[in-house]
Ligand binder design. Structure first.
Ligand SMILES: O=P(O)(O)OC[C@H]1O[C@](O)(CO)[C@@H](O)[C@@H]1O
Ligand SMILES: O=C[C@H](O)[C@H](O)COP(=O)(O)O
Length: 935
């Protein structure tokens, strides 16, 4: 007996299969249907591929082969497998296609649903898929949205076969017919053949009934007076709609316009009934086959529906019959107020969304497989969050997925943030793939630098903190110079470096994006003098056209490496600002980018939010901040300790503004559980192989006590680049969560202006403006913001009062304008611990002026919860700056005073302790603070 399905073909209707699956294809399932049932086509869509690939392991071998490539994105990986399936189906269908001379025998592959509302991107994607599959019996599937129509016309003009999907209304179908005919006519005009361009119009059926029936059922349940009339058209509207579309088709192809094209061999754009599996089990399972039979049409069936039809379908009820009844059904629907127009419009948007949801689920599944495949080539991350925060994070991730944050971010869509100029600041995305640097120039620098024993980098903030991480975590290669980083005006620290090097055996790297930052300019002057004004041992890294570029040229610097003005300083480490010093240290920059690539791809535009490590982290830190857990406490295993200083700047300067943001807490020794308030989020970085330091146990206890804990693991130093990138993405995303522009630094300039004013006055008068201590003893002079009020108080009493003001949620800041050496660092750490343990508040510390170009933004512009202690001292010995009246020591004091003025002007609580030359030692201050905190 002939298959019932073959009877459909005999009635002029092609039978296609709405299904693709690797195992099915591999086992010859499609070939069997072609042979036994006369099947002549296959359709796929994102949901079909999600079902095939998103579960189980049938595609693992294919994925694995592809994931072996270092730079495979999630979409590349999925697509490679989809294309393989489509090619296999195309091969199975090829004999039919040849036999029917292109009239049938097609397989469809859908463009990304994410592009459904973007004409140009759809055209580009369809052209790309057409070329990638490279089979004449491919149909690229394009959604029949408003934006899709011009794309379809253009693609038909290009001679690409198109299956137009998501058609629900007669109006959309008519617009499509216009696009198809228009495309063919354009070909005729260009003298190109039209006889091998095929197109089908996928008119969806069951989804319409599902919507209309829902409305009917609701009204019937509410005892609508028209219940009987409503029930009478239940399950009939979609078929009626399809029949009238077919009727219109017949009229259209009989018309002159089409006949002119037909005379040139053009193939009609057949109607394809899609969505023909019944969604309501009350209906016969072959309903949308039995009722929609007619010449020149196609029915694409899910396997279950096809099996059902083969078993008990009936070949009668042609499309051309009972048209009056169809018209009556639609008239009735209208009379009864069933909004078919609204339903069909809504179904287009919903269709796009459902396919995008399916694509997200699929890409998420592939991303997970990819992460598992990469093992420790991709840094790990886990999070233990309290229930409330966890819920908020998952909700945010779902919003980020549905609102396509990953793609918005990569496309530089400012709407993700505040809609200002954020799109101009995303050059760091390309830089992470090595696209900002000139690899040959860096290689040459690496060779050149081998002639030096030392390299000294002079820069601030984003220009120094990344290189410092690279120097401390990766270090210099054998035979390449040791890198020293100077980001200060502290005379002691400058002297320490100046004496550690031999100026004749040192490469100086002057690094400043703006090229006009004061500190690197002063340091350049100092070391240029020290190096005997020999520009040949200097290189500059700066944005094109800067003042530094001009100086470098005038002074005969060996090289000037350009930065990208579309990258802000704190996002610049994977651009020339990090890679020039890296190359100078003998680091293989190419290998470094390769080691970073897995994270760049994992955080890519195609990795859905929940499976995107950068977006997930951004959602966690952003939501934590919104929930009051805005003190992001960085804890590291020993080898990763240097990373914190870079991360501090990124987080603080990016998010700390408009009274909001994240306050990073770095280098605060771990404490007892009682020392931590409900304002903490802990992030632990662990380098594999670092000695067990008890942190893990302590963090587990903190998590058990209800604190959020994020753990990041890094298998080897070379993978630190992945953390740079993960945190850049996370910070940008946290900015979106918090609702600020993560790329500006509105509060930094004020302190610079205040400092400049003080230094200029000094240069004019030979002295800094006098100031009056609020309290004084042998060790300290204490200055309050307005020199007022506490004339009679003792330093100890003032310190006590200062710390007594700390309330839960506040943080204590220690801002040391002293040399950043071990003694001072240890003393300040001890002060922090004393205050933290006594007051249960977070503590931060910064060395001035280094922190001014880093965390300073958040201290001034972020949450108003900081209580600051500025520490200064008279430099001994001081250091002259060539060509200036002011010394480094004077500039440093001016910076401290300028910053304090600005903090005070912003309403921040701030006190300054000046260590007196006679007895003031950091140790004495430590003791005083420990005592003050206890009271
Ligand atoms: O590289 P530049 O322009 O010298 O700036 C250094 C640092 O100073 C800041 O502008 C803050 O003052 C940072 O954003 C930046 O990283
Ligand atoms: O081309 C086929 C369509 O994508 C498919 O038939 C849609 O069917 P559904 O409505 O059952 O998802």
């Amino acid at each position: 007996m002939t298959s019932r399905l073959k009877q459909l073909s005999e009635a002029g209707q092609a039978v296609w299969l709405d299904f693709v699956d690797r195992k099915f294809l591999g086992q010859g399932g499609l070939r069997k249907l072609i042979e036994e049932d006369g099947l002549t086509g296959v359709t796929s869509n994102p949901s079909i591929f999600e079902k095939a690939m998103g579960h189980g392991d049938a595609y693992d071998a294919g994925f694995t082969e592809f994931l072996g490539k270092a730079d495979a994105s999630v979409v590349d990986t999925y697509e490679s497998q989809a294309i393989a399936d489509i090619k296999a189906a195309a091969a199975d269908l090829r004999p039919a296609y040849d036999r029917l001379r292109g009239k049938d025998g097609y397989v469809s592959l859908e463009v990304s649903p994410y592009l459904a509302n973007n004409t140009d991107a759809t055209i580009e994607e369809a052209q790309r898929l057409w070329a990638a599959v490279g089979e004449p019996n491919l149909m690229v599937k394009v959604p029949g949205t408003k934006a899709g129509m011009p794309a379809i016309r253009r693609l038909i003009t290009d001679g690409i076969n198109i299956n137009v999907t998501l058609l629900f209304s007669l109006e959309a179908y008519q617009a499509l017919a216009e696009a198809y005919v228009g495309g063919l006519e354009a070909r005729v005009q260009r003298g190109e053949p039209v006889d091998r361009v095929a197109s089908v119009a996928s008119f969806f059926v069951s989804r319409i009934d599902a919507q209309i029936d829902k409305a009917i059922d609701a009204r019937v349940a509410a005892y609508d007076p028209e219940s009987d009339a409503l029930k009478a058209i239940r399950g009939k509207v979609a078929i009626a709609n399809a029949k009238l579309a077919y009727d219109w088709y017949r009229g259209f192809i009989a018309g002159n316009r089409w006949q002119a094209l037909a005379a040139k061999g053009a193939m009609p754009q057949r109607l394809l009934w899609a969505s023909t599996g019944t969604k309501d089990s009350a209906y016969p399972d072959t309903l949308y086959i039995d009722t929609l039979i007619g010449p020149d049409t196609i029915n694409t069936m899910p396997p279950k529906t096809m099996d059902a039809f083969r078993d008990h379908g009936s070949v009668h009820g042609m499309l051309t019959e009972r048209l009056d009844e169809a018209r009556h059904v639609l008239d009735e629907a209208k009379r009864l107020g069933l909004d078919l127009g609204g339903v069909t419009t809504g179904l287009v948007d919903e269709g796009v969304r459902l396919f995008a949801d399916a694509a997200d689920a699929l890409l998420g599944a592939v991303a997970q497989k990819r992460t598992a495949f990469l093992g420790d080539r991709q840094n790990g991350m886990t999070a233990t969050l309290p229930a409330g925060l966890n819920e908020a994070v998952e909700k945010r991730l779902e919003q980020a997925r549905a609102d396509v944050w990953a793609r918005q971010l990569w496309a530089g869509d400012a709407k993700l943030w505040t809609g200002k100029d954020e799109s101009k600041w995303l050059g760091w995305l390309a830089a992470a793939r090595g696209q900002q640097v000139d690899p040959a120039a860096l290689k040459a620098l690496g060779e050149e630098a081998k002639r030096y024993s030392h390299a000294v980098l002079l820069g601030m903030g984003g220009s120094s903190l990344g290189p410092e991480v690279l120097a401390n975590i990766l270090g210099n290669a054998p035979g390449s110079p040791t890198l020293h980083v100077l980001d200060t005006t502290d005379p002691g620290q400058i002297t320490t470096v100046a004496t550690a090097i031999d100026p004749a055996d040192t490469l100086f790297i002057v690094s400043s994006k703006s090229g006009s930052t004061m500190e690197p300019e002063l340091l350049r002057a100092f070391f240029y003098d020290l190096a005997g004004k020999d520009g040949a041992c200097f290189v500059a890294v700066t944005d094109p056209g800067s003042k530094l570029e001009a100086t470098a040229k005038a002074d005969g610097f060996a090289h000037v490496f350009p930065g990208d003005p579309a990258i802000g300083g704190r996002y610049s480490v994977l651009s020339a600002f990090g890679m020039v010093p890296a190359a100078a240290m003998g680091i293989d920059v190419h290998a470094f980018y390769e080691a970073t690539a897995p994270m760049v791809f994992a955080c890519g535009p195609d990795a859905p939010a929940a499976a995107n490590p950068g977006i997930r982290l951004g959602a966690i830190i952003g939501e934590a901040a919104l929930a009051g857990r805005d003190k992001l406490t960085i804890l590291t295993s020993p080898k990763l300790a240097p990373f914190g200083a870079w991360l501090e700047q990124l987080l603080a300067e990016s998010t700390g503004k408009e009274g909001k943001g994240i306050v990073p807490v770095d280098l605060e020794p771990i404490g007892a559980i009682e020392a931590y308030g409900a304002d903490r989020l802990f992030v632990h970085f662990e380098m594999a192989g670092d000695a067990e330091d008890g942190l893990d146990t302590a963090l587990t206890k903190l998590a058990e006590a209800g604190h959020p804990v994020v753990r990041i693991t890094v298998a080897k130093p070379e993978l630190i680049g992945q953390e740079f990138f993960r945190w850049e993405i996370a910070t940008a995303v946290a900015g979106a969560v918090i609702g600020i522009d993560p790329f500006d630094q509105p509060d930094v300039e004020d302190a610079k202006i205040a400092t400049r004013k003080l230094v200029d006055a000094y240069e004019a008068s030979g002295a800094l403006e006098p100031e009056t201590a609020a309290a004084e003893d042998n060790d300290f002079a204490i200055f309050t913001a307005d020199d007022s009020g506490f004339g009679s108080a003792q330093p100890a009493a003032l310190l006590r009062m200062h710390f007594a003001g700390l309330a839960p949620g506040d943080y204590a800041g220690f801002l040391g304008y002293v040399e950043r050496d071990e003694t001072n660092a240890a003393a300040i750490a001890a002060m922090r611990v004393a205050v933290r343990d006594a007051k249960a508040v977070a503590t931060v510390a910064g060395f001035g002026p280094r922190f001014l170009h880093s965390t300073g933004q958040a201290y001034k512009g972020g949450p108003a919860s900081g209580v600051f202690l500025t520490i200064t001292r008279d430099p001994d010995p001081d250091l002259a700056i060539p060509g200036r009246t002011a010394s480094f020591g004077t500039v440093q004091i001016a910076q401290a005073r300028g910053d304090m003025d600005v903090l005070a002007a912003r309403g921040r609580r701030v006190l300054r302790v000046h260590l007196k030359k006679a007895g003031g030692r950091i140790e004495a201050l430590r003791a005083a603070i420990v005592a003050a905190a206890q009271n």
